[in-house]
Design a binder for this molecule. Structure first.
Ligand SMILES: Nc1ncnc2c1ncn2[C@@H]1O[C@H](COP(=O)(O)OP(=O)(O)OP(=O)(O)O)[C@@H](O)[C@H]1O
Ligand SMILES: [Mg+2]
Length: 239
């Protein structure tokens, strides 16, 4: 995974500051093409900041390389055009617009058109059923699916998914996670941020653990799933 052939996303000593507060501290992380990597961390650990730094939504110091291109020098639109898409925390959709209008907006920003919207509707049958419905009246799970659908319209190779389980019932979380697994199986590379450590380790290939802006552990998801420190810190209560 360290040779050039397989290097896909590579973050090297990345620091992010909000004024005087340092939210990411010398973060180094790799994602290989085709991998499903999860980033685990509690509230405020820096998960969203890390994903935003990749897209230069929150400016990073250090190096972030994607397929040989240095991303820190590019603006967000260019980074998206290079094949990275973010499904933001809280499934950002336009509540007063219909499902279809939300997708058309996603397509407008991407390279694709009606055909890709058709592909998304094929992929999420529930969205086709509800395509004329106002997005704000969809269930939480359906809104998350719409948000994922929108993220696919820019034709990404790498999808950054920020806490998709937030506020959803366990059954719906399983549905969403199954969708992510399917997307990974058909070739999308996934970097998922989650507080739901157990469930996400069950579906990921590899994992990083973020604590107050530091990567404190990394490894195969299976190994972390059986790690006592991880179990104690992250498997208690409902996370
Ligand atoms: N716009 C901002 N201005 C100042 N500080 C911020 C800003 N956004 C985030 N932070 C701080 O940076 C740290 C990391 O926040 P971040 O949102 O990345 O955490 P997170 O791991 O995504 O948390 P959560 O699980 O609650 O979403 C926190 O201490 C937070 O208060
Ligand atoms: Mg967050």
């Amino acid at each position: 995974m360290n040779n050039n052939e397989t290097t896909f996303l590579n973050m090297n000593n990345v620091n992010v500051f909000y004024d005087s507060i340092q939210a990411l501290k010398n973060v180094s992380l790799e994602v290989a093409k085709g991998e499903f990597v999860v980033l685990i961390g509690a509230n405020g650990a820096g998960k969203s900041t890390l994903l935003k730094s990749i897209l230069n939504i929150q400016a990073p110091k250090g190096s972030i390389n994607f397929k040989g291109k240095e991303l820190t020098k590019l603006n967000t639109d260019k980074i998206v055009a290079n094949g990275i898409s973010i499904i933001p925390e809280g499934h950002l959709i336009f509540n007063s617009m219909s499902v279809l209008e939300n997708l058309q907006l996603g397509a407008y920003h991407g390279k694709k058109n009606e055909q890709s919207i058709e592909n998304i509707l094929e992929y999420f049958p529930i969205l086709r059923e509800r395509k004329e419905q106002t997005a704000g009246t969809l269930s939480g799970g359906e809104q998350q699916m719409l948000s994922i659908g929108r993220g696919l319209l820019s034709d990404p190779e790498l999808i950054l998914v920020d806490e998709p389980s937030l506020g959803l019932a366990p059954k719906i979380v399983n549905d969403i996670f199954n969708i992510l697994v399917k997307l990974n199986n058909i070739g999308y590379t996934i970097l998922l941020s989650e507080q739901n450590a157990k469930k996400s380790l069950e579906i990921a290939d590899r994992a990083y653990v973020l604590e107050t802006g530091n990567i404190v552990m990394e490894g195969k998801a299976d190994d972390l799933l059986n790690n006592e420190e991880i179990k104690d810190a992250y498997f208690g209560g409902n996370i």
